[in-house]
Design a protein around this ligand. Structure first.
Ligand code: ASP
Length: 336
């Protein structure tokens, strides 16, 4: 029997058309093009249903409300389909791919995000191959995870980052090898794929919470940090240097962090480096941050850490429990 795949089309370059202001989403166009693809007649292809969102969004306009809408949509159709594909803009695809695993607790089916760097309407494009590959993976492989399927790679969603503005392999998961390589054959590395869940899917709510991210830069004024940490901020991803270091020759900077953590703000240290992990005890400039109450984000991407913080604050957990869970691997997002 043919597998059934539910496609959610949220917007993005993949289905855009040229306008006088540059590429913009074009309602109706992409669904029509996909449904008329001759490839869909192949035995390897699943039956598809396409749900086009209104309005279609350039992903630069997406918010956590949109992440939650996608999670609910998957939850509502979960029992009727074997897999799910989310067609999404590339700009914030890694954020959505990082947030969905936390909301989709007990996920036992593939949820694949894809999009393209060149729209399907252009003669030379990466849209067609990305759609066909995602459909092939969703219909033929047992991957109980949220993944980003793009170019030659299948990546764990909550490990992914956008690394290229114009390359066709636009994404990477710098701290985890790809779950699959898309070449002449599609090779899934089963040893890396998460095990099937013990429980059935439960969509966890994502509320409007006040979290943010702030990069350090040499000479960052303490007042900027203090202002950023003002209420209603509940949590901060601090993008620090190297293994998680920050300036210790600025007592007011450290005081601003300490005042905030004492008020219950959760400050998570994630590195500005693309690869590797935070080790707060390696340098005096990291230990001082830990003493100010900052916790380690280990090797989480800033995207995953921000999404995880949003999810944990949505659960109404005590601050100490949020801190503990931020440092615990929940969905394959962290190694410690
Ligand atoms: N601005 C577009 C978006 O993220 C870029 C893309 O899809 O490649 O929606």
């Amino acid at each position: 029997m043919k597998k059934r795949v539910y496609i959610i089309y949220t917007g993005g370059t993949i289905g855009m058309q040229p306008t006088s202001e540059g590429y913009a989403p074009a309602p109706g166009y992409l669904a029509e093009q996909i449904l008329s693809m001759p490839e869909l007649k192949s035995e390897l292809m699943p039956e598809v249903e396409i749900h086009e969102y209104d309005p279609l969004l350039d992903s630069a306009n997406m918010t956590p409300e949109d992440w939650y809408k996608i999670a609910r949509d998957i939850g509502n159709h979960y029992n009727n389909y074997d897999g799910f594909i989310i067609l999404h803009g590339t700009d914030t695809m890694a954020y959505t791919a990082s947030a969905l695993p936390f909301m989709l607790e007990g996920l036992g089916k593939p949820v694949l995000l894809t999009g393209s760097q060149i729209p399907l309407c252009e003669v030379r494009n990466d849209a067609r191959a990305n759609i066909i590959t995602a459909l092939t993976v969703a219909a033929n492989f047992n991957i109980p995870e949220v993944c980003l399927c793009f170019g030659n790679q299948l990546l764990r969603g909550c490990r992914s980052v956008k690394v290229s503005t114009d390359g066709l392999d636009a994404f990477a998961s710098p701290n985890l090898p790809p779950l699959g390589d898309i070449g002449v054959e599609i090779r899934i590395h089963k040893n890396l794929v998460l095990p099937a869940p013990q429980s059935t899917l439960q969509v966890q709510e994502l509320k409007q919470v006040n979290v943010g991210a702030l990069p350090l830069w040499p000479g960052i004024p303490a007042q900027v940090v203090r202002n950023f940490l003002q209420p209603p901020l509940q949590g901060l991803i601090l993008r620090a240097y190297g293994v998680g270091n920050g300036p210790t020759n600025n007592a007011d900077f450290l005081a601003a962090l300490e005042e905030a953590t004492a008020r219950g703000v959760v400050i998570v240290d994630c590195t500005q480096c693309l690869r590797g992990s935070v080790h707060l005890g390696d340098y005096a400039t990291g230990s001082a941050l830990a003493r100010a109450g900052v916790i380690s984000g280990f090797d989480m991407t800033a995207e995953a850490a921000l999404a995880k913080l949003s999810y944990l604050f949505s659960q109404n957990l005590p601050v100490d429990e949020i801190k503990r869970l931020m440092q615990t691997d929940l969905r394959g997002e962290l190694t410690n």
